[in-house]
Write a protein that binds this ligand. Structure first.
Ligand SMILES: C[S@@+](CC[C@H](N)C(=O)[O-])C[C@H]1O[C@@H](n2cnc3c(N)ncnc32)[C@H](O)[C@@H]1O
Length: 380
C-alpha cells in the first residue's frame, strides 16, 4: 500500500486513520485527484483567495494538498466523522503543514459565511448528502458553485435531480480515472434542514430519533434486535455503549440497570447528538448519561472503568469493508473494563469475532445465536 500521494505538483505522505490498521487501503482516491486537478486548472484564470470549504474529506488528502499549494487560503472543513478530523490533523502534522486559518465544523454547525468555493466528496448515505446540500443552500448565494467529486458509477439522473431539489442545477463532467466532477450552481433559495426521523419501539417503551447520518435510519438493526433480547443481567454501575448510533443499546441498558452511568460513544457527531436527544426525550436522569464524539475509546476519561461494554461493531469504514474498527473497539474495551467486567457484542456469524475475542481475552462464550448473528461475551 502506498502512502506517497502526488497531485498538482505537491508530494505528500498520507495515511488513513487510525494508522495502525492492517490494511492495504489508501488515504485518498481518484475523486480527490480529480477535484485537485480541476482546482489546479481553474485557478490560473480565477485566483484562489478563499475561504474554501471542504466537505467530507476522508483523511485530509484535499486539505493537505490545498494547504501545501495555497498556504494562505482560509479553509473551512466539514465532517461528521471524528476519524476524518483526526486523520486530517495527523496528515497535516506529518507533512509539517500549518493548521493556521483552518476551522473545523461538524455537519450540524452553521458555516460562518459565504465561501469562495466549495469542494465536496459524495458521501455514501444519500439522506446525509441531501442534508448537507440543504445546509449549503442557506449560505450559498445564487450563482455560486459547488464541485462534487464522485465515482462515475455513483452518478445518475436521480442523483442530479436530488442535487437540483436541494441546492441547484447540476451537471457532470467527462469521466477521468472512473470519476466525474459534478458542478452545481446554487439557485439562491434557502431550504430548511430535513427534520430527524422519529419512531417508536413500543415493546421497550422507547421513542427514537435519528439525524440523517445515523446508522439504522428508522428501524431497529437486526443485530441490535438480537442484542436487546440477550442483554446480561446484573447490577452494573458503569456501562459503555461503544458505537452507539442512536443509542438504542445504552438506552435499554439504562432501563435494565437503574444505578448505572451510561457512556455513549460514536465516531459520528450526528449519532452522538441523536443519542443525547433520545436520552433526554425518554426521560432518563441527566447525570447518568455521558456522550462522547470519539474514535472508539481513544479519548475517554481515564476515570471511566466499565463493568459492561456493549458493542454492535461496524464492518466497514466509508465504502471499504474492514474489521479493523471492530478489532480496535475490542482492544479499547478490554483496556477500559474492570477486572471481571464483560464485553458483550453482536456480530455476523461469518465474521469470526470469537477468534479475535479468544485471542484478546483468553475466553469467549456464545450467549445466543440465530442463522445469521451470534452474541458473544468475554470476561476480563
Ligand atoms: C453497526 S452500528 C451500531 C449502532 C447501534 N449501536 C445499534 O446497535 O443499532 C456501528 C456504529 O459504530 C460507529 N462507529 C464506526 N466507527 C467508529 C469508531 N472508530 N469509533 C466509534 N464509533 C464508530 C458507527 O458510526 C455506527 O454508529
Amino acid at each position: 500500500m502506498t502512502t506517497q500521494f502526488s497531485a498538482t505538483g505537491v508530494e505528500l505522505d498520507l495515511h488513513r486513520y487510525p494508522q495502525t490498521q492492517i490494511s492495504n487501503l489508501q488515504a485518498w482516491d481518484a475523486a480527490d485527484e480529480h477535484l485537485l486537478k480541476w482546482l489546479d486548472e481553474h485557478t490560473d484564470t480565477q485566483p484562489l483567495t478563499g475561504p474554501l470549504c471542504l466537505i467530507n474529506d476522508s483523511f485530509g488528502a484535499l486539505t493537505c494538498v490545498i494547504r501545501a499549494k495555497w498556504p494562505t487560503v482560509p479553509l473551512w472543513l466539514e465532517t461528521d466523522a471524528r476519524t476524518s478530523l483526526l486523520g486530517c490533523q495527523q496528515n497535516l502534522q506529518r507533512n509539517q503543514l500549518s493548521t493556521d486559518g483552518i476551522q473545523w465544523y461538524n455537519s450540524r454547525e452553521i458555516l460562518p459565511g459565504t465561501p469562495q468555493q466549495v469542494l465536496m466528496k459524495l458521501p455514501k448515505n444519500l439522506a446525509y448528502f441531501a442534508h448537507q446540500l440543504s445546509r449549503l443552500s442557506a449560505v450559498l448565494p445564487q450563482g455560486s458553485q459547488l464541485l462534487i467529486g464522485a465515482k462515475a458509477k455513483s452518478i445518475n439522473q436521480s442523483l442530479l435531480s436530488l442535487i437540483a431539489k436541494h441546492l441547484g442545477a447540476a451537471s457532470a463532467s467527462l469521466a477521468w480515472k472512473k470519476t466525474r466532477i459534478i458542478t452545481v450552481i446554487a439557485d439562491g433559495k434557502s431550504r430548511p434542514e430535513p427534520a430527524p426521523l422519529h419512531w417508536n419501539v413500543p415493546e421497550l417503551n422507547l421513542t427514537l430519533s435519528n439525524l440523517s447520518n445515523v446508522f439504522a435510519a428508522n428501524k431497529l438493526d437486526i443485530g441490535a434486535r438480537i442484542m436487546l433480547d440477550n442483554l446480561p443481567v446484573d447490577e452494573f454501575q458503569q456501562v459503555i455503549d461503544l458505537g452507539c448510533g442512536n443509542g438504542i443499546l445504552g438506552l435499554r441498558a439504562a432501563q435494565l440497570y437503574p444505578k448505572a452511568s451510561i457512556h455513549f460513544v460514536d465516531d459520528s457527531e450526528m449519532a452522538i447528538a441523536s443519542a443525547r436527544f433520545n436520552w433526554q426525550t425518554n426521560g432518563f436522569e441527566p447525570e447518568r448519561g455521558h456522550f462522547h464524539w470519539d474514535d472508539c475509546l481513544t479519548n475517554l476519561d481515564a476515570g471511566v472503568q466499565a463493568d459492561l461494554v456493549l458493542c454492535n461493531p461496524p464492518f466497514h469504514q466509508g465504502e471499504a469493508i474492514t474489521d479493523h474498527i471492530a478489532w480496535q473497539m475490542f482492544n479499547d474495551a478490554r483496556k477500559r473494563l474492570k477486572p471481571g467486567g464483560l464485553l458483550h457484542i453482536v456480530g455476523n456469524r461469518h465474521l469470526g469475532y470469537h477468534i479475535k475475542l479468544k485471542r484478546l481475552f483468553g475466553n469467549c462464550k456464545t450467549v445466543a445465536s440465530n442463522g445469521k448473528f451470534v452474541i458473544l461475551q468475554s470476561v476480563k
